[in-house]
Design a protein around this ligand. Structure first.
Ligand SMILES: *[C@@H]1O[C@H](CO)[C@@H](O)[C@H](O)[C@H]1NC(C)=O
Length: 279
C-alpha cells in the first residue's frame, strides 16, 4: 500500500511537471500535443526540380488533409526537409542544411498548406528540453516489384518486406532517429497516403522516397494553386529583377509580367491591370 502511494505521488507529480502538460495548458506553439507531423524526403540523387515537384504532391495532400473532418488527419503539419548533400551542388560554395525560406516565400506556401521548417520544429523541441528527435514511425516507400511485369497499375499499398536494407538518412542529422522503420509498397497518388495515416496513431511520421507517390491530377486547378503558392523569396526576386534589367533589358512593366503580391489575388490583379490599361 505504501509503495502504491509513493507510486501514485510520483506519477501525479511527474505528470504535473511533464513538459507536454505544461505546453498544452500554456498553448505554446509546436510541437503541440494536438498536432501530427509529417516529415518527408526524396531519393538522395534527385535535384532541385524533382524536389520542387514532389513538394507539390505533398502540399496537395496536406491541403486535402486539412479539409478533412477527421481530427487525426486535419491536425497534420508538413515539416520541410532541409536542402543538403544535393549532388549537383558544390558544397564548398553552398552551405548545408538550407531551409526552404532560402528559396521560397514561406508565408506564400502556408497560404496553401500547413507547412513548417525543420529548424522551427527543432526550436520547439529544444524549448521543451529535448536534444534529439525520435520519430514514431519511418515508412520507406517502394514500388510493387511485379507491377511492370503484370501491368497491373491499380492503386494500392501494402506494408511489405523491404526490397533494400531499410535505411533512412534522417536528412543527414545525427540527432534524428527512429526505432520503427517499415517499408510500404505503394502505387497511387500522394493523397492515398492518408489511408496509411489512418492506420496508425504515430504523431511523427517520416516518409522516405516520397517521389514514389504520384500527382493526384497533374495540371488540375488544385495542382496550379499549389504551384502558384511556390513564390520565390523576395531577395531572390530582387536579384532576378536586377539581372533582367542589366542583361536582358527586361522588367515587369515592359514585359507585362506583373504578379499580385499575394498569389491568391493573381487573377484579380491581372484583371485590374487590364482595366487600368483600358482607362
Ligand atoms: C540537431 O542538430 C542540428 C544540427 O546540428 C541542430 O541545428 C538542431 O538544433 C539539433 N536539434 C536538437 C533538438 O537539438
Amino acid at each position: 500500500m505504501f509503495y502504491l502511494l509513493i507510486y501514485i505521488v510520483f506519477i501525479t507529480h511527474h505528470k504535473s511537471v511533464s513538459c507536454e502538460e505544461v505546453c498544452y495548458k500554456d498553448s505554446c506553439s509546436d510541437p503541440d500535443v494536438e498536432s501530427r507531423y509529417l516529415f518527408y524526403d526524396v531519393n538522395p540523387p534527385e535535384g532541385f526540380n524533382l524536389r520542387r515537384d514532389v513538394y507539390i504532391r505533398m502540399a496537395v495532400l496536406m491541403h486535402k488533409l486539412k479539409k478533412s473532418r477527421d481530427p487525426a488527419l486535419n491536425s497534420f503539419k508538413l515539416v520541410l526537409p532541409t536542402w543538403s548533400h544535393l549532388v549537383h551542388w558544390s558544397y564548398s560554395e553552398v552551405p548545408e542544411f538550407l531551409p526552404w525560406s532560402t528559396f521560397f516565400d514561406m508565408p506564400s506556401l502556408q497560404k496553401f498548406a500547413p507547412v513548417m521548417e525543420l529548424h522551427e520544429y527543432f526550436t520547439s523541441l529544444k524549448r521543451n528540453k529535448y536534444t534529439k528527435l525520435l520519430l514514431d514511425r519511418v515508412y520507406i516507400l517502394q514500388h510493387f516489384e511485379d507491377m511492370f511485369e503484370t501491368g497491373n497499375f491499380e492503386e494500392k499499398w501494402k506494408v511489405e518486406k523491404c526490397q533494400k536494407a531499410p535505411k533512412s538518412r534522417y536528412f543527414y542529422y545525427s540527432n534524428i532517429t527512429s526505432n520503427n522503420v517499415k517499408c510500404i509498397s505503394f502505387h497511387g497518388p500522394a493523397t492515398k497516403l492518408s489511408e496509411v495515416f489512418k492506420k496508425t496513431n504515430a504523431r511523427t511520421i517520416l516518409l522516405e522516397h516520397t517521389e514514389v507517390a504520384l500527382h493526384d491530377h497533374f495540371g488540375s486547378k488544385i495542382y496550379w494553386e499549389a504551384r502558384r503558392s511556390m513564390r520565390f523569396n523576395f531577395n531572390l526576386r530582387e536579384i532576378a529583377n536586377q539581372f533582367r534589367e542589366t542583361y536582358l533589358n527586361s522588367n515587369d512593366v515592359n514585359d507585362n509580367t506583373f504578379l499580385a503580391p499575394d498569389w491568391l489575388n493573381d487573377k484579380v490583379f491581372i484583371k485590374q491591370i487590364v482595366f487600368d490599361l483600358r482607362e
